[in-house]
Every structure is written in C-alpha cells, then in structure tokens.
Write a protein that binds this ligand. Structure first.
Ligand code: SAM
Length: 414
C-alpha cells in the first residue's frame, strides 16, 4: 500500500500573507483620504519596512478595481495595522520572557507589562541601550523600530546624567513582590518619564490612585504627557524627600537612599509596603561587578532593594529582595549612614534582616544595621502576619531570608 503522504506544514510566510490579506481587506472600506500618516511611523518614530508591511503594500497594489489613491490609502492603513500588530506581538513575547527571567507569579503583572507601550516613555528612537551582557557602555539601536524597546535592557532617558528607564526584569520582580491590588493607592517617587508608574496604574486599575513624583522638571513634564491615558495618575514636579502625602498602600522610591525616611514609613497604611533601593556611595570591594561600577560611575551606588511592610502600627517587617545599583535619591542621603551601610554589605548581604525597628533600643547582636531612629534587625516583628497569605504560603520567609538564599543577582534599576 502506498504510504499516505504527509501534509506539508503551513509555512510562516503563508500565515503572514493571510494576515496581510485580512488587514488590507479591513482597510478597504475607508475611502475618505485625509493626509496619510508617514509610512511606518508610530509615536513619532520612523522605522524601516518589515516583511509584513512590504507584503501588504504589494498585495494592496495588486487589488482589482482600486484607484491608485485608495490603493495607497489601503496600503498605508494596512502597513500601520501590520506594524502595530507586530509591535504588539513583540510586547507579548517581552512580557512572557519577563515571567521567566524575573520569575513573576502574578498574572496581573505580566498583563501590565503586556499592556503598557514602553515606546511612549523613552523618547523617539533610535534609543541608547545598556544591556546586561555589556554594562560598560551604551550602544544605539539600528533604527527607531518600536520593537527594539521590548527587551530586558535599560534605555537611556538622560545619558549624560546616567538616568535610565530601569531594567524591566528587576521591576517585574519588584511589582510581583509588592502585590499591588485593584483600588490601592501608590506613591511613586522618582518616576522619571513614568513607565513604571503606568505599570502600577494598570495594577490598581481605574479605582486606584497613583501619585508620581519627579524632581527633574523636564522628566516630570514628559511623564505628564506620556501618562495622559491613565486618568488614575497625577504627576507632581516635586522633591520626593519632602513631599507631603496622605497615607497610602504602597510607596516606591526609584532611586537609592542610604536609609528609610521617616515620612515614607509614617505614610504607610496598615499592611502598606515600602520599596526602595538602600544604597551606599562606596565601592564594596567588588569593583568588577557592573552594579557597583555603573552605579558609581553615574554618581550613584550599589546596594540592595529593601521591602518593608507595616505589620502593625509600630511594627515593620523588612527584607532585601536582591542586589541593585541605583543613582542617588536626592535628599535621602547621609554620609555616615552610607559608610556604615557599605561596611554591613561587605560583611554580608543582609539576608538575615527580618524587621525594621523604630523603637528605642541599645545596639546588640540582633541589629544588622543600627541607624538613627531606625534599625534593620534580625528579629522577627512580633505580629508578623503577611498582608498576602497566598504569597507567604508560596514563599516562606524563613527560606528567603537566609544569607545563603539571598539572591546575589547582579540587577540594576538605574
Ligand atoms: C533611576 S531613575 C528612574 C526613572 C524611572 N523610574 C524609570 O525607570 O524609568 C531615578 C529618578 O529619580 C529621580 N529623583 C532623584 N531624587 C529625587 C527626589 N528627591 N524626588 C523625586 N525624584 C527624584 C531622578 O531625577 C530620576 O529621574
């Protein structure tokens, strides 16, 4: 009996041309021609034609009964459609990749990364990139194709000052741990142009509130423009070290402080979370590490990301999530605290830290770093109940906190 012939698998190019045909068909009914957008332009950037667009143009030109005018219009619409489709696809892959690289468990966080268009927040391309494989220098993307921004890399916002849109996997991990829920109120200090404020806005939804604060006037203005589609966000051009605010569920500081500011701790509701990079300005004797090298060269420093949770009125649990290098948070730096933090970090990476104490006490062996009016302690807070039981079940505090288990990953958020 002759062997049954295997059906050839559909090649990707066939699938693509079907998509193109559908897109062009959708574009055909529109005949009123305003000035067409420049070919392949999205968010002010011009980028090269890709296969989808070239195919769409060819297909549109070949259609019977089309005037040149309407054919061109159809093709332009199809090209826009095909481009935004492929950008959306790149964004989907990017979010999916973050699920793995940052080990994100929250579906809401992945969805937020899938929904927020990063190209809105990083200025027109080509973009200047700092990638984990080579943190020694910036390099330029070959063109302004918006798909280039959907990678786990830092993108320069102000290269001369070392201000970047931070590494997505680091922030995906942070948002996963912050466990932000719909309807919550978030204070985001040092928002830059607002990309991660938008991610937070997706998590709190329309019933929540985000206040995004930025000390640099030009960046604050850019954030205000870029964040317009999220009515739940207000942007303030202000100093986050001195800004007054009503108690919130979450405080996020996106630049390095040597110590927790009292206003950040007092401003947390019960169950409220504070996340900030606790950084020194000193080298930690690991100068070859990019977190140290880059952060110091940009006038910042290395340290760890500290997550503090208000468990009761005067009780705060605390633990370091991972290492990170950040530029300095202006107004939240103290030279002595910086030196003492460096000494503590050289000793060990704070894996034993369990709480942040504000009560008056004499320094003893349970204090990992004893500061003025605050102490990072190895003692557990008496009423340590997680604000998120599901998270605690998945991730026992005892396992995470040990010095051995503390991730020594070389992440940067600058
Ligand atoms: C590392 S950048 C991060 C920008 C943004 N989060 C991102 O990833 O796209 C830190 C930002 O904090 C801002 N900043 C520093 N000190 C500040 C302060 N005291 N108040 C508000 N913003 C501050 C800087 O101007 C800078 O834009």
């Amino acid at each position: 009996m002759p062997k049954k012939q295997k059906r050839p698998e559909q090649s990707p190019s066939v699938t693509r041309s079907i998509d193109i045909a559908r897109l062009v068909q959708q574009a055909l009914p529109t005949r009123d021609l305003e000035v067409p957008k420049p070919l392949g332009s999205i968010e002010g950037g011009i980028y090269s034609l890709n296969v989808d667009v070239a195919g769409a143009l060819k297909f549109a030109r070949s259609l019977p009964g089309q005037t040149n005018h309407s054919r061109t219009h159809a093709a332009v619409q199809a090209s826009d459609g095909a481009q935004s489709h492929s950008v959306k696809r790149a964004q989907g892959w990017y979010a999916e990749e973050l699920r793995f690289t940052a080990r994100v468990r929250s579906a809401a966080v992945i969805k937020a990364f899938m929904n927020v268009p990063r190209e809105r927040f990083v200025g027109p391309g080509p973009w200047r990139i700092r990638s984990p494989m080579n943190m020694d220098e910036y390099w330029s993307t070959p063109n302004a194709d918006p798909r280039h921004v959907y990678h786990d890399v830092l993108i320069a916002l102000d290269e001369a000052r070392g201000i970047n849109n931070g590494q997505p996997s680091l922030w995906a991990r942070i948002f996963d741990h912050l466990d932000i829920k719909a309807g919550e109120q978030v204070l985001h200090l040092g928002c830059g142009t607002g990309y991660y404020s938008a991610i937070a806005a997706e998590l709190v939804g329309r019933t929540g509130r985000i206040r995004a604060v930025e000390i640099d006037a030009a960046l604050a203005k850019m954030a205000q423009v870029a964040l317009a589609p999220w009515p739940q966000i207000t942007v303030s051009h202000a100093d986050g070290a001195h800004v007054a605010f009503d108690p919130v569920d979450v405080v996020i500081a996106s630049a390095g402080a040597t110590h927790p500011l009292p206003s950040w701790l007092c401003g947390l509701r019960l169950g409220g979370r504070l996340l900030f990079p606790m950084t020194t300005a000193e080298s930690l004797g690991d100068a070859e590490l990019s977190t140290t090298k880059i952060a110091l060269s940009a006038g910042g420093g290395p340290g760890g990301l500290l997550l503090v949770i208000r468990q009761a009125k005067d009780e705060f649990s605390a633990r370091f999530l991972c290492r990170a290098g950040f530029i300095h948070f202006q107004g939240a730096r103290d030279q002595d605290a910086s030196r003492r933090l460096a000494a503590a970090l050289v000793r060990d990476w704070g894996g034993s830290v369990r709480s942040l104490r504000r009560d008056r006490h004499t320094e003893d062996e349970t204090c990992w770093l004893h500061g003025a009016g605050w102490c990072l302690s190895r003692r557990r807070p008496a009423s340590a109940v997680s604000h998120s039981p599901s998270r605690q079940q998945r991730e026992p505090v005892a396992r995470i906190g040990t010095a051995v288990d503390l991730p020594r990953r070389d992440l940067r958020g600058r």
